[in-house]
Write a protein that binds this ligand. Structure first.
Ligand code: HQG
Length: 179
């Protein structure tokens, strides 16, 4: 079983295009795990997929991208679907980080961090992860240091994706320092 490929397919179904799998996410992003399995079975390449494979990805992928609770599964972050996934605002730690492409820097300094194609801006708890995120698009990414404490105190809402990934609606340039 190619678990990386499966993880990507799960991300696609649960973050970006549930309708292609005849799935409907609830307001918190949950779907029935049997329904997800059933939809995957429609595709030849996943016809042998077992629910254990899905659980394996949930529990063992390099990042905690998914969550299972009882009969339900959801992606914890990364959504791009038009229906906004509801997250409960939560006070973040004092500083969060964001790794990005150097050529985006001037726009970010001017306009702040915006969600672009996703529903939320994605922030990392640690510098290592932020840089790893940035390296997806730039070998020498820029590290942004986010003054999350002041942003929160001044009314910007933050949300927890998982232990390492935090979300926000928007980060104004005044809370961003280039590391
Ligand atoms: C940039 C992966 C110009 C932003 C990762 C980023 C993450 C701006 C890009 C998660 C901008 C959006 C999300 C502005 C933001 N002007 N560029 N004003 N504001 N940007 O992929 O944070 O492996 O949607 O810096 O690990 O890179 O899939 O967001 O470069 O946690 O689980 O616009 O996706 O997780 O790119 O990555 P993305 P991201 P998975």
């Amino acid at each position: 079983m190619d678990y990386t490929r499966l993880s990507k397919a799960m991300s696609y179904a649960l973050r970006h295009a549930p309708w292609e799998y005849e799935l409907e996410l609830d307001e918190h992003g949950w779907v029935n795990i049997e329904q997800l399995l059933y939809s995957f079975h429609e595709e030849k390449k996943w016809s042998e997929l077992d629910i254990k494979d899905i659980i394996y990805v949930v529990e063992n992928c390099d990042k905690k991208r998914f969550e299972v609770e009882g009969e339900r599964i959801r992606a914890l972050y990364g959504h791009s679907i038009p229906q906004k996934i509801i997250k409960e605002p939560l006070q973040p730690r004092e500083v969060l980080y964001h790794g990005t492409t150097r050529r985006f820097l001037s726009m970010i300094k001017e306009k702040g961090l915006i969600p672009k194609g996703r529903q939320y801006v994605h922030l990392a708890v640690g510098t290592d992860m932020a840089l790893q995120v940035g390296k997806r698009r730039d070998d020498h990414p820029a590290l942004l240091i986010i003054n999350a404490r002041d942003a929160w105190n001044e009314g910007i809402e933050f949300y927890k994706g998982n232990e390492k990934v935090w979300l926000a609606d928007f980060i104004d340039p005044k809370y961003i320092k280039v590391g």
